[in-house]
Design a protein around this ligand. Sequence first.
Ligand SMILES: O=C(O)CCC(=O)C(=O)O
Length: 282
Amino acid sequence: MSDKRQRARVQGSWAKPGAKPASSAGRQPTPGSWNAGPRTYEFHQPADPVRVIPVEKAIEEAGDYEISKGPTGVSRLRLLPGFLPLEEADWMFATLLAELPWSQKTNYGTMGEAYDEPRLTCWYGELPYTYSHSTMQANPQWHPVLITLRQAIEQETSHTFNSLLCNLYRDGKDSIAWHSDDEASLGPHPSIASLSLGDTRVFSLRKKPPLEEKGDYTYAEKLRIPLSHGTLLIMEGCTQEDWQHQVAKEYHDRGPRINLTFRTIYPEPHPSRMDNNGELRQ
Ligand SMILES: O=C(O)CCC(=O)C(=O)O
């Protein structure tokens, strides 16, 4: 167990019992003599304040949610279950499953090791998109259903989107690990609209810890949002800067799910992402 967790569990400590009364020193206890005589205890306050692991909160109702307000700014979510009426969602799911050019993407880890992403994907947009050290080539020929959806979502959100990452989770074993959509090509404070079709999967978020936590998420705030057939989720403000998200594997039966994440890609890193030396700010 890490030091921090150990500390969090210890709420104080009892000092060793004081010295035994002189009369009993050096003597073997006789049966029944253990409770005899006074014992003194001293309470020591813990050196560090007690820390509690926050309980994961669920967001399930339609609405606007301000999930944090930090030094960087406000992080906002908007959840619209039933954004698509059921019948429309049904035929769109069947059409996109059958007709989009789903393919297996190979990503690369920080040490350059190749791995297959545990889901199928395809990309639409005038520009390529790189994440996990692997690039999806530009694909300007949008499927007509995707054009209709883009228009409906732009109208709902008052944002415009020039690109779309389509994800197919074939079953519960497909997933996407913790990450933020914070690539330089998305510009600062990207707004991302995410439409889900097919089986429900849990979309989780966790707040990035302050620097002094050194990447330890033990005490991070956590949210869970079940994304059902036809649900639209919009992430805005500092959500990508201040939070990570994932769709974890599930070990019970899950049917296929399509997730469409509409984004705006910029041709060059946005100027506000560059420091005075022309380097990308982290
Ligand atoms: O499938 C989802 O709901 C999330 C997808 C996602 O986080 C991503 O592709 O960046």
